[in-house]
Design a protein around this ligand. Sequence first.
Ligand code: ARG
Length: 478
Amino acid sequence: MVATPRSWVIVSTGGSESGQTLWHGRFGEAPSDALLAFTESLSFDRRLAAHDIAGSRAHARMLAKQGIVSAAERDAVLVALDTVDDEIRDGAFTFLPSDEDVHTAVERRVTELAGPAGGKLHTGRSRNDQIATDLRLWWREAGREIGHRIVELQTVLVERAAEAGEVYLPGYTHLQRAQPVLLAHHLLAHFWAFDRDVDRLTDALVRADVSPLGAGALAGSSLPLDPTATADELGFARTFENSLDAVSDRDFVAEALFVLAMTQVHLSRIGEEVVLWSSEEFGFLRLSDGYSTGSSMMPQKKNPHISELARGKAGRLIGNLAGFLATLKGLPLTYNRDLQEDKEPLFDAFDQCSRALLAVRGLLETATFVDKRAMAAASDPAMAATDLAEWLVARGTPFREAHRIVGAIVRNSIERGVPMDELVESDPALGPEAVELLAAGVAVTRRTTPGGAGPEPVARQLVKARERLDDRRTRLVR
Ligand code: ARG
């Protein structure tokens, strides 16, 4: 027999018995368990409790200032909010199965504690402006934490670069040995990538610094709310210009996801290099025991799992960004429940990136560079080929011609098995003076141009990187 619709409607028994939804007045039947299980956000948005409470404090004060609630009602609510805050911090707060989200949980408890005054807290407010406010407050803190972690990682890169001194290694293009570069130069290349991440992060935080509170569900209010007062109290730089935009704007989440994904991509690229460098084949880097893992079967193994996960998790963070943009793209104004899908990817991206920054930092801080291996790999005379060509250019040979001459020497050396220095010495265009360029460690010293890979520009770069770090440290603190 084909079931009639009524027979498959799951009628809730459990969900609402222990509490009530914020919207039960309009409904004749309790919400089904299936609905609650599918639509709840408490399991992840309880993490916003402190920010939800901060928003409620500001809102309650504003309501009293505007004469919408009395001073006594405000105080009753504020005392209750303090208690809720303590209960949540101490882990003593009881979340009920009927608490659909953190806003419901906090307001329910405030009303239990403050009585009728608690029922006035939500005056002129909607969970739509409330959640947008909470999440911006959360991201302001989380973003700063990421900023600090990036700067700490950059500090390690700078310290290791300073220690690296004259050590050099092959610079690669297409993962083929190209020209020798100072190890410091290579490490600082990653420093500047993270520097851009901090720039992006601080810019994103400036754009996110808008208070949506006072937008109501979507259209503002008939009550004399003062959005500027709540914005000021919460430390936002400004308030919204348009209530419809205020409750539906999640650009700040998308930007946060991008900033985090980009940072993770930078970690991933370091990760890939650590995987290569710590292999027997390269042997440029030895990982410390504390930052590597073993194999359950092969006793000799030491694996670069942090690096692999830094690389692997980049895919996940890119997915969080792409997924959330897909969530946003079809949404009509204004708030739609789809927007609840902003939090899990954002929290996840933050958690993963934050842990990755810490782990990669420790890895780089404790790893040992095998200078001999790195320098030996970069001492192949063929890596001075560009220098030979430029030596010819300095003596009047057009570059194309110089390239051809040196290219022919390299080919000859490979095909006939004759060492390059012999061929350079006997070449009429080059000769004994040019042979000196082939000696180990010479080519890298000839990189003298600004931003180049040799000792002079790298020393200047190091000074700049340090200045940059000092500047970041003072600016990021607030
Ligand atoms: N939990 C929702 C979110 O995270 C906020 C509640 C909005 N619900 C509503 N019925 N307006 O976006």
